[in-house]
Design a protein around this ligand. Structure first.
Ligand code: ADP
Ligand code: MG
Length: 619
């Protein structure tokens, strides 16, 4: 029988390697940027078109390559950075595997132009799918310029697998930040669709962070500095009061390389614990320098996960360094966020499973039949809205229940569950008599109904009201938003990219936000009821909820945003409400389509029946 094992053609081997090295445009960007640093460049220009799908171009003023090297660099395992296995333990460059250019050239159309300073003339090389199409002398400036066109043009499966331009651009930005944050002394320019997105001049680290993430970062940063025999730690942490609802800027670098290390992350989180609310995240930009022999960088192909020989000690040193920095700046005693803590539902973590509310289903049940009984007796300022929307009401309920993942539940059952025993009906058949409202514990609204004592949770009630009013405001003629003194909102660039995409959704909810350039936005109007709120926090919370959207759940974006905004802007338990405010809240609640549930599916009120009250007092 003849032999069946044979060597794969080089181009196939390269494509297989590319699967590991180049997953998306951002991976090519990372490799190309790292090569410019390894080449000693001081000025780097990155150009992307269509989130790198059409073009990624990186130009540097680094050492350039000789004619021979220009050809060699596309061979697999061709590197100038190590020669022996021993060198692996003293790596100071970003690359060393010699795989990046070979991989990229196997899945794209690549043009390289390069020249060393001492050479008169440079070299141009055109390669498509590992095949050299042209190799010629060229007039070019010192340094290297690489164009990567039509990534994955010959691997349609991978190309189809790419996400939207917005998402792919976010990945690219993330790689760009990582390189720019380690090399503040290097100038970087990023062009996106022919427009300058970042122009970063050679600077110190603080200036670099500010030019990447916004001017307001300047006042947020606290320096960290710790020198020990084992490791030197430097960089900045964000002051606790600026902790964000989004897991934003958290960066570790070890020997000039971005790393992911949950263990070290834990050390920093532990130092911040008790200083920031549970669902907030502190920013940090921390740089570890140590003998390369104490790091094993080779355990992961893209090299962001690394091992330390003595992680325990590094953990302890890091935590102490962050604590000390916080202590030095007197940040440990000034913050009281008790109230804040009680008000927020932690955002869903990726992969977290939502527990379905346990409610019995009666498929025959039509909740609206019963509700009609009490509608005419309630007095509304705007009864038109209530009666006119009957058709939409059903749809809305349907949507809501689907959204909450609960079947349209018999409301009476729900109330039963809450222990009222008030059926049939909801005990909501108000007469035309005066019903006074009382606030108790600054948290609940209590009133009498013909069936019993109604107790309303003011916070859930207000969330329901805001949620529905926001969703209505876009479709209604009587737009409920009102102009405010414009507030500037600054976001990290990736949040800014996300927000730009969502401006239309925010607008339909009554939030008029306009771009102001440089990741800044101006908020001009908000739903009229919102008064003085932390709008920045609210928008951030909404962005977070979009990011945490469960994959495949296909939730409607503006509903997600409305929910999050309602949650963070609603009046909280513990706030004293005036009589008129109680009445307003009550009236608007029962003007809602689904007054009995908060947008997150929590009960808004229940009725303690007179029967039950009687039972309590029977001897
Ligand atoms: P690695 O960086 O792991 O060595 P690459 O495939 O990224 O592998 O690059 C191969 C070689 O090409 C590098 O070792 C370097 O000598 C050369 N090279 C790549 N990019 C540049 C550049 N921008 N300037 C000068 N030389 C470069
Ligand atoms: Mg490289």
């Amino acid at each position: 029988m003849s032999d069946i094992i044979r060597m794969l053609p080089e181009s196939v081997a390269n494509q297989i390697a590319a699967g590991e090295v180049v997953q998306r445009p951002a991976s090519a960007v990372k490799e190309l940027l790292e090569n410019t640093i390894d080449a000693g460049a001081t000025e780097v220009r990155l150009i992307v078109k269509d989130a790198g799908k059409t073009l990624i171009q990186v130009t540097d003023n680094g050492c350039g390559m000789s004619e021979g090297d220009a050809r060699m660099c596309f061979e697999r395992h061709a590197t100038s950075k190590i020669q022996t296995a021993h060198d692996l333990f003293s790596i100071r460059t970003l690359g060393f595997r010699g795989e990046a250019l070979a991989s990229i050239a196997s899945v794209a159309q690549v043009e390289l132009k390069t020249k060393k300073e001492r050479d008169e003339i440079g070299t141009q090389l055109i390669i498509e799918g590992s095949e050299v199409k042209s190799h010629a002398p060229v007039n070019t400036s010192n340094g290297t310029s690489i164009q990567v066109k039509n990534l994955f043009y010959n691997v349609p499966a991978r190309r189809n697998f790419l996400k939207s331009n917005t998402s792919e651009l976010k990945y690219i930005l993330e790689e760009f930040y990582r390189v720019a944050l380690v090399h503040p002394d290097v100038g970087f320019t990023l062009y996106n669709q022919d427009k300058v997105m970042f122009q970063l001049h050679s600077a110190n680290l603080r200036q670099r962070i500010v030019s990447l993430f916004g001017m307001n970062y300047n006042q947020r940063l606290v320096p960290v500095e710790q020198q020990t025999n084992m490791v030197n730690i430097s960089g900045f942490i964000g002051k606790p009061e600026f902790a964000k609802k989004t897991r934003g800027e958290q960066y570790f670098f070890a020997n000039g390389r971005f790393i992911r290390n949950p263990y070290l992350h834990h050390a920093v989180e532990a130092a911040f614990r008790e200083l920031i609310p549970k669902d907030s995240y502190a920013s940090y930009f921390l740089y570890l320098e140590m003998d390369p022999a104490n790091i094993d960088v080779n355990i992961h192909p893209t090299k962001t996960e690394i091992n330390f020989t003595d992680s325990k000690s590094i953990y302890a040193i890091l935590q102490a360094a962050v604590r000390q920095a916080l202590g030095k700046f007197n940040l440990t005693t000034v913050i009281d966020f008790e109230q804040e803590l009680s008000m927020d539902v932690p955002p869903l973590k990726p992969g977290q499973v939502i527990r379905q509310p346990q409610i019995t289903v009666n498929p025959e049940y039509n909740p609206f039949e019963k509700k009609k009984e009490f509608q005419p007796s309630l007095r509304f300022d705007n009864p038109g809205k209530f009666t006119g929307s009957q058709g939409g009401r059903e749809n809305f309920s349907h949507d809501l229940h689907r959204e909450l993942n609960i079947p349209p539940a018999p409301l009476a059952d729900l109330i039963d569950k809450l222990g009222t025993g008030s059926s049939p009906g909801l005990g909501l058949e108000f007469g035309t008599e005066n019903h006074e409202l009382f606030q108790v514990a600054n948290s609940f609204i209590v009133t009498e109904t013909p069936k019993g004592l109604m107790i309303i949770d003011q916070q859930s009630a207000h969330e329901r009201i805001l949620y529905e009013e926001m969703l209505d405001s876009g479709s209604n003629d009587n737009n409920l938003s009102s102009k405010i003194i414009p507030v500037t909102l600054s976001f990290s660039p990736d949040d800014a990219v996300l927000l730009k995409d969502l401006l239309g959704d925010f607008k339909t909810l009554g939030f008029e936000i306009t771009e102001f350039g440089n990741n800044d936005f101006v908020l001009q109007s908000v739903p009229h009821d919102l008064g003085h709120t932390d709008f920045h926090g609210a928008v951030e919370h909404a962005l977070e909820s979009i990011k945490n959207e469960l994959p495949g759940k296909n939730a409607v974006k503006n509903q997600l945003i409305a929910k999050a905004l309602a949650k963070s802007t609603a009046v909280k338990r513990g706030s004293n409400l005036k009589k008129e405010e109680l009445e307003d809240l009550f009236r608007r609640l029962f003007n809602c389509r689904i007054p009995e549930l908060s947008p997150y599916g929590k009960p808004v009120f229940f009725v303690l029946s007179f029967d039950e009250l009687n039972k309590k007092f029977k001897s």
